[in-house]
Design a protein around this ligand. Sequence first.
Ligand SMILES: *[C@@H]1O[C@H](CO)[C@@H](O)[C@H](O)[C@H]1NC(C)=O
Length: 231
Amino acid sequence: MSVRIHFRRNLFSFRHIEKWIFTFYIFFKIAFTFYSSIPSDETEILEPYSIVEFKQLKKRISIALDILLSFRENVSCPILFNPEDQRYPEAAAKASKWYFESSDWNFWRQFEATPNTCEALQKTFSFFTKPLSQVEAEYPLAYGMLVYKDIKQLLYVLSAFYQPQNAYCIAIDGRSSGAFKTQLQTIQTCFPNIHVFVTKRIEYCGPQIPEAVLTCVDKLNERNHPWKYFQ
Ligand SMILES: *[C@@H]1O[C@H](CO)[C@@H](O)[C@H](O)[C@H]1NC(C)=O
């Protein structure tokens, strides 16, 4: 008989267990509701580019193509994007003869001469200022490049795959000119996610190439950037 009384007074007896379960349930429910109401960067819904913004981007890309010497006269994009067009064979033949003229010494000077070089570069090459989709925002990538010369070509290539959520490492060949190195340092100051460094002198097909790539991965790791995939 005395054993039974003791059992009844025990807090964890079967009489109380439902109350405990209920209390825990309420506690976790409140805690979960509170926690899920805190907005996190990962789940934040990205505001997509509006039609007006897309029109502006299109206009800017057009400016970047206008800078290319004799591009417009030789390459007709509307025809080349439409193989059904009767003028297509002629347009394709003409476009295939056009080549990228990189030795344009005044090219960089026009950006240097402006009071805000970063803004001029950003606008001319239409670097994206926000991710294009929520999926891309949540899956940032890392890129490594090894470059030697030609800032003009580099800006065209870089702006084509630049996205603000990604991380970029640009390794500059130790043999590059001082001017080229300085130009890249300027680009680095314009974009917080572009990291630039000078490697050893790279020999053709030399072991310095994979070394530069691995150094890039190292540098990108140091930056504490949440990139998920390196290419
Ligand atoms: C392209 O167009 C320009 C101007 O019309 C012309 O001078 C040039 O020879 C053309 N061809 C190439 C391959 O650039």
